[in-house]
Design a protein. Structure first.
Length: 47
């Protein structure tokens, strides 16, 4: 199932994400900053 490439016609419309969900995830990932300091990782949300 995962190895096949999907065509636009075969995509289940109920499984497709909403535009607002995609926008939220892209905005969140653009604002997220991960800082490595020695062996520690700090996550900062730059808002």
């Amino acid at each position: 199932m995962y190895s096949k490439t999907s065509r636009v016609d075969d995509v289940n419309k109920n499984m497709a994400p909403k535009e607002e969900t995609i926008k939220f995830l892209l905005d969140y990932s653009a604002a997220l900053s991960v800082i490595d300091y020695h062996k520690l990782k700090f996550e900062a949300l730059l808002n």
